[in-house]
Design a protein around this ligand. Structure first.
Ligand code: NAD
Ligand code: IPM
Ligand code: MN
Length: 368
């Protein structure tokens, strides 16, 4: 049987830098654990624009539809800020999400013990934290019509539309309830039903799906603004949070700081099962292309490495290998190995992106 296939789209800025470390990890699993993948690489974002004049070519889109999993680095950067909106690097990423129909975006926020002191919150607020934000990823205000900039009464008007169908809400709710059953069995749904009709529908549908099929899971509802506050006040009250595309974008960046750094947060974007039973899937760190540190060997590769770990778990049914990789990351952090983003104002001596990758490989070897 052919090996499972992975398409790597490293993208821009620190994307290729962190992806180099992920490739070391993929090679390690091939060499040492007999877990081999057919890996191919292509362009996305500004890197694709530079070659093809578009942030994602049709050929790359077609490849992404065929592979078992896509691994994406990051897209965007100041060089591309001047481009027309339709060809901005971020449009390439949004096209992948939309056309692969990756409606369920899993963004875990887990606080590694070794980093509990480093969070901007008090240690006892974050120590042992393990929550999962499920962000709806293919609809809502990111994609709703009408949209655009029009002229009305001699001035310009910017328009975006929040729009959710019942079935879009239902499928992401199901994904959150299913996940909760395998974790702490609690779901908190966040919207703004107090001011938005789409929020009223969201709340109704999540409640109905719960009552019909997931009554064993504890469900609560919260307004998203209050949710943001509770996330900072006492994040350990949550297990799974399910929310829409925009609120999920904001809440997951906030959750990143609970864990210490944006450089630590992985994500999985999952769609419906393919013919081989695996979900359509793309794995990517939550962070962006970090233009402020790109090209300097400073980026933390852990978010991207943990995204590959999520691929092992969610696409390839290799939970034990994912545990092995996560344990190696934990060991390296416990040993005090730190990229610059994991050092506080008091400083210390940071390792480079490559040194962090090498330390994780060494920890994998040591645990064999
Ligand atoms: P960003 O996530 O790129 O950076 C925010 C801050 O976090 C920066 O100070 C950066 O240095 C730091 N940071 C991020 N990742 C890090 C890592 N791995 N190691 C160490 N430090 C890290 O967000 P931004 O600055 O708002 O956006 C920059 C560009 O990235 C924009 O073009 C934006 O659209 C794009 N972006 C892309 C994605 C993606 O590809 N998924 C996500 C977010 C932002
Ligand atoms: C993310 C990013 C993207 C988003 C951008 C780059 C399109 O911020 O993945 O969180 O807004 O979804
Ligand atoms: Mn974001």
């Amino acid at each position: 049987m052919a090996n499972p296939s992975i398409l790597i789209l490293a993208g821009d800025g620190i994307g290729p830098e962190v992806m180099t470390e992920v490739k070391k990890v993929i090679n390690w699993f091939g060499a040492k654990r007999d877990v081999a993948f057919d890996v191919s690489e292509d362009l996305v974002g500004g890197a694709a624009y530079d070659v093809h004049g578009v942030p994602l070519s049709d050929a790359t889109m077609a490849k992404a539809q065929e592979v078992d999993a896509v691994l994406l680095g990051a897209v965007g950067g100041p060089k591309y800020d001047v481009l027309d909106f339709s060809v901005k690097p971020e449009r390439g990423l949004l096209r992948l999400r939309k056309e692969m129909d990756l409606y369920s975006n899993l963004r875990p926020a887990q606080c590694f013990d070794a980093l509990a002191d480093f969070s901007s919150l008090k240690k006892d607020v974050v120590a042992g934290l393990d929550i999962m934000i499920v962000r709806e990823l293919t609809s809502g205000i990111y994609f709703g019509e009408p949209r655009g900039i029009i002229t009305e009464n001699n001035e310009r008007v910017g328009i975006n539309t929040q729009r959710y169908t019942e079935s879009e809400i239902e499928r992401v709710a199901r994904s959150a309830f299913e996940l909760a059953r395998r974790r702490g069995n609690k779901v908190c749904s966040m919207e703004k039903a107090n001011v938005m009709e789409s929020g009223i529908l969201w709340r109704e549908v999540v409640q109905r799906v719960h009552d019909e099929d997931y009554a064993d899971v504890e469900l609560s509802h919260m307004y998203a603004d209050a949710g943001a506050m509770q996330l900072c006040r006492w994040p350990k009250q949550f297990d799974v949070i399910v929310t829409d595309n925009l609120f999920g974008d904001l809440l997951s960046d906030a959750a990143a700081m609970l864990t210490g750094s944006l450089g630590m947060l992985p994500s999985a974007s999952l769609g419906a099962p393919m013919a081989n039973g695996r979900p359509k899937a793309m794995y990517e760190p939550v962070h962006g292309s970090a233009p402020d540190i790109a090209g300097q060997g400073k980026a933390n590769p852990i978010a991207c490495i943990l995204s590959f770990s999520m691929a092992l778990r969610y696409s390839f049914d290799l939970g034990a290998e994912a545990d092995r990789l996560e344990a190696a990351v934990e060991k390296v952090l416990a040993d005090g190995v730190r990229t610059a983003d994991l050092l506080g104002p008091e400083g210390g001596s940071p390792v480079s992106t490559a040194e962090m990758g090498d330390a994780i490989i060494a920890a994998l070897d040591a645990a064999l």
